[in-house]
Design a protein around this ligand. Structure first.
Ligand SMILES: Nc1ncnc2c1ncn2[C@@H]1O[C@H](COP(=O)(O)OP(=O)(O)OP(=O)(O)O)[C@@H](O)[C@H]1O
Length: 251
């Protein structure tokens, strides 16, 4: 059964180049961002991007991550995807995962669109033969035409998003993780992506999506998780979560 369980998860991101003058030596109260931790015994500074988060998401959940810049939304997605290791706590993910972010991940700027379809597909767990069998469909769906023969470095960010999206949704995974980078596409692509996502969400078990767009969150999510400085402020139905978040900003 598809599920995501986070148990007392904490993620600290070390800042290797924090100069002594650029960051205070104590915890700062910032309006945005995670919590800046005091220097440790080795003089290192880190940011606590997620602070003791427990979350149990079961098959059928469509949850939107809400919160100010630096609240920890993307870090949650990356932690679920296995890109970040938690410093403490446990992350358990049951089911195959497609991550719709870190668009450059698994892509080679000097390789063509076609070659990148294979690379990213293999990173998502396809064998070369499986991904080759689908690459025509993926290429066609991306709408990139002759650009597929060009190196990725010649693409705009919206074009790269199209390609990554086309490959990622071709696998019909159980769990879909979306960061709002999807907004990098143009309007026609967003409509096409929505249609594909709706079909995909119908088949997939679980959606976790970070966005600053209330409309997008209302459209796709049933639940909301409001994060603040790496901690949960509220977890509940999407409408209620959006309302609480909006009224906190109005004060
Ligand atoms: N690569 C990194 N290096 C240093 N700090 C980072 C890095 N990535 C994230 N952080 C810090 O971790 C905290 C959480 O960031 P995260 O990207 O998860 O926030 P977010 O809620 O997705 O923000 P936004 O809405 O601006 O995208 C922030 O304080 C940020 O400064």
């Amino acid at each position: 059964m598809t599920s995501i369980t986070l148990t007392h998860v904490t993620v600290d991101i070390p800042i290797f180049d924090a100069g002594s003058r650029s960051l205070k030596n104590n915890v700062m109260a910032a309006a945005t961002g995670g919590q800046i931790k005091p220097r440790d015994g080795n003089g290192r500074v880190s940011i606590r991007a997620i602070d003791d988060l427990s979350l149990d998401l079961q098959h059928g959940t469509k949850i939107g991550l809400i919160g100010h810049n630096g609240a920890g939304k993307s870090t949650i997605l990356r932690t679920i995807a296995g890109i970040y290791e938690p410093n403490a706590g446990r992350v358990e993910v049951e089911g195959s995962v497609a991550a719709m972010f870190d668009i450059g991940f698994g892509m080679d700027p000097d390789a063509t669109g076609w070659e990148n379809i294979i690379l990213r597909g293999m990173l998502l767990g396809f064998t070369r033969r499986q991904i080759e069998a689908r690459s025509d469909d993926i290429g066609q769906w991306s709408g990139l035409g002759e650009f597929l023969d060009m190196p990725l470095r010649t693409y705009s960010s919206g074009m790269s998003t199209r390609l990554a999206f086309a490959v990622s949704t071709s696998i019909t995974p159980d769990i879909l993780l979306i960061d709002e980078g999807i907004g990098a596409g143009d309007a026609a692509f967003i409509d096409k992506a929505k249609a594909r996502l709706e079909e995909f969400i119908g088949n997939a078990g679980l959606l976790v999506m970070a966005s600053h767009s209330d409309d997008l969150l209302r459209q796709w999510c049933t639940d909301g998780l409001w994060m603040e400085h790496g901690k949960v402020r509220y977890h509940g139905p999407i409408e209620e979560t959006l309302e609480r978040y909006a009224s906190s900003r109005a004060v």
